[in-house]
Design a protein around this ligand. Structure first.
Ligand SMILES: Cc1cc2nc3c(=O)[nH]c(=O)nc-3n(C[C@H](O)[C@H](O)[C@H](O)COP(=O)(O)OP(=O)(O)OC[C@H]3O[C@@H](n4cnc5c(N)ncnc54)[C@H](O)[C@@H]3O)c2cc1C
Ligand code: FES
Length: 254
């Protein structure tokens, strides 16, 4: 996979989360797509694999990535002052048929792609509401940043327990008032949307990825297609899938 060196415009830190902005003049991004990214200044190529991150926002010139610092790869991305290596936008994101209104539902760091999605819906004049879970485990710095960054969202504090998705989804009221639901949250939240949504829903999955070019099959997800259970590669055909075709939402280390 070809990685492009990009000019970093800024890095911000809020608690365990970081936001990174870079200039991008290549092919346009779509909401729900992701990039493979690594720090340019990693002299030992450690970690060896680039990391997948959703496109948090894109205005035609500047891309931003929002991520939780978890291990070596994300720590380097958050820390280094040097440049970045990023792939072109990858995968398939959210799709729209113009029907409105749309509900955007997210939680934890997985709210990331909803910012760009909201921007795209605004550009297309599609009415939408945003519901974001703020779990008790989130740092104050990240919770403050969320409320500033998503000023029109309904922020829903939860205790972070397994009941949290139920609490979040109760804020939507009757699902049938929405034409569609787009969800990007912890696996329990995605599973709950799949289980209870009475309108078409799209889920942003994030299976572990290695090559992200379709050759390793490490990201295979089971889907229902034409009555048969098949496996497909999340890095090529996803990471966003229709909830009805996802067999089950697998736990992926939230
Ligand atoms: C399509 C896609 C989009 C993603 N977008 C984002 C994003 O916008 N923001 C963000 O913070 N993270 C995102 N992730 C997860 C991110 O890629 C991992 O957190 C990152 O690769 C961890 O790398 P590391 O070297 O810091 O940690 P590692 O040392 O590789 O792992 C540290 C911890 O992170 C967990 N982890 C690794 N990969 C995943 C994963 N795919 N899902 C859940 N847990 C994982 C591991 O279980 C481990 O506990 C995305 C993943 C995918 C597949
Ligand atoms: S990550 Fe290798 S096929 Fe998807």
């Amino acid at each position: 996979m070809k990685l492009h060196e990009v000019k970093v415009l800024g890095r911000e830190r809020f608690g365990d989360h970081a936001l990174l902005r870079y200039r991008w003049s290549g092919v346009a991004h779509e909401p729900g797509q992701f990039v493979m990214v690594r720090a340019l200044s990693s002299p030992t190529l450690d970690p060896f694999l680039s990391r997948p991150l959703f496109v948090h926002d894109y205005d035609g010139e500047v891309v931003s990535l929002l991520f939780e610092v978890r291990g070596r790869g994300t720590a380097r991305l958050a820390r280094e002052d040097a440049g970045l290596l990023v792939s072109t936008p990858l995968g398939r994101g959210f799709v729209f048929d113009g029907k409105e209104p749309v509900a955007l539902v997210g939680g934890g760091v997985w709210v990331s792609p909803l910012k760009f999605l909201s921007r795209a819906l605004n550009t297309s004049g599609i009415a939408h509401d945003i519901y974001l879970e703020v779990p008790a485990t989130a740092s104050t710095a990240y919770a403050d940043w969320l409320s500033k960054s998503y000023p029109h969202a309904v922020l829903i504090p939860t205790d972070g327990s397994l009941n949290s998705p139920k609490t979040v989804l109760s804020h939507l009221g009757d699902f049938s008032r929405y034409a569609a639901i787009c969800a990007s949250g912890p696996s329990e939240m995605l599973a709950r949307v799949k289980e209870v949504s009475t309108v078409p829903a799209q889920l942003a999955l994030r299976e572990r990825m290695a090559c992200a070019n379709g050759s390793c099959y490490g990201c295979a997800v089971p889907l229902w297609r034409e009555g048969a259970r098949i496996y497909t590669r999340a890095c090529i055909e996803g990471p966003v899938f229709g909830a009805e075709e996802v067999v089950d939402v697998q736990k992926s280390g939230d």
